[in-house]
Design a protein around this ligand. Structure first.
Ligand code: NAD
Length: 254
């Protein structure tokens, strides 16, 4: 039986992963703004600290895995909230729990997106995220658009993960990311219902090579594997679970 902690366990992909892990007899500590073992608003520094302190109090002997799954869609407003939750909270919670995860040679599984490659690493917003400049990133993104905020935040967490894989492995933490395609969750419903983004998302869904959109279980199944001992040589990987859309868009790049 393993001991996991996660954020964003109240709904969607996180709720399904939590359900699957609990069903298999694992322990799961869930942090969320809506409901969970620890209630915290991860857009704030205080909320992130409350999350880290709460997890530490509940798992003093260490964690087998940590999944920072909480995220906001491109339609969230203000756009700075997307930077705060999708990037800065992810990095702050991983850093705050690193030694606790290392205690059990555990793993971190970030939740990126198939949209992450759509923004380049040299984008000004991504660069400010990677520099750890939260005020600068929040100011920059207010003058941009929801797609850049969302895909850019996912690009940034993915690059942050790749840059930190070696140091974390040396410390005893295996890090990976899952990159889901469109998945039927409250987040996707908000985007589909949006005047600006809805039509484009529906069109994109029709182009997915393996067909349409995913159920949360199709993402959680892969996440559960990546967290398990069966995947204990998987380190630094970005696992696209997107029905082939990344291969369709970036055929020659990997
Ligand atoms: P969701 O809206 O069902 O779940 C997001 C969770 O994050 C919710 O439980 C919510 O309460 C929590 N959350 C939001 N803001 C928070 C805050 N400030 N503090 C604490 N918790 C907060 O959405 P989902 O689709 O299950 O998303 C899970 C992850 O998957 C996200 O990181 C998302 O970006 C990513 N993702 C989703 C899709 C998709 O199509 N659904 C595709 C790619 C990646």
């Amino acid at each position: 039986m393993a001991n996991y902690a996660m954020t964003g366990g109240a709904t969607g992909i996180g709720a399904e992963l939590k359900r699957q892990l609990l069903e298999r007899g694992h322990q799961v500590i869930s942090v969320d703004i809506k409901e969970g073992d620890i209630l915290a608003d991860l857009s704030t520094a205080q909320g992130r600290q409350a999350a880290v302190d709460g997890i530490r109090a509940m798992a003093p002997d260490g964690l087998d895995g940590f999944i920072p799954c909480a995220g906001l869609p491109p339609v969230a407003k203000p756009l700075s909230l997307i930077a705060q939750v999708n990037y800065f909270a992810v990095v702050a919670t991983i850093e705050g729990l690193r030694d606790l995860i290392a205690k059990k040679r555990g793993s971190v599984l970030l939740v990126a997106s198939n949209s992450a490659p759509m923004i380049t690493t040299d984008d000004a917003f991504v660069q400010l995220c990677l520099a750890g400049d939260e005020d600068g990133a929040c100011a920059e993104i207010e003058n941009r658009d929801g797609h850049t905020a969302y895909a850019g935040s996912k690009r940034a967490v993915t690059v942050w993960m790749r840059r930190n894989v070696v140091a974390y492995a040396a410390a005893g933490v295996r890090m990976n990311a899952v990159a889901p395609g469109i998945t039927q969750t409250p987040l996707a419903e908000q985007v589909l219902a949006d005047k600006e983004f809805g039509a484009a998302m529906k069109e994109f869904g029709k182009m997915v090579p393996w067909g349409g959109t995913a159920q949360p279980a199709q993402i959680a199944n892969v996440m559960r594997f990546m967290l398990s001992d069966e995947a204990d040589f998987v380190c630094g990987s970005i696992f696209f679970v997107d029905g082939g859309s990344d291969a369709m868009l970036r055929t020659d790049d990997f």
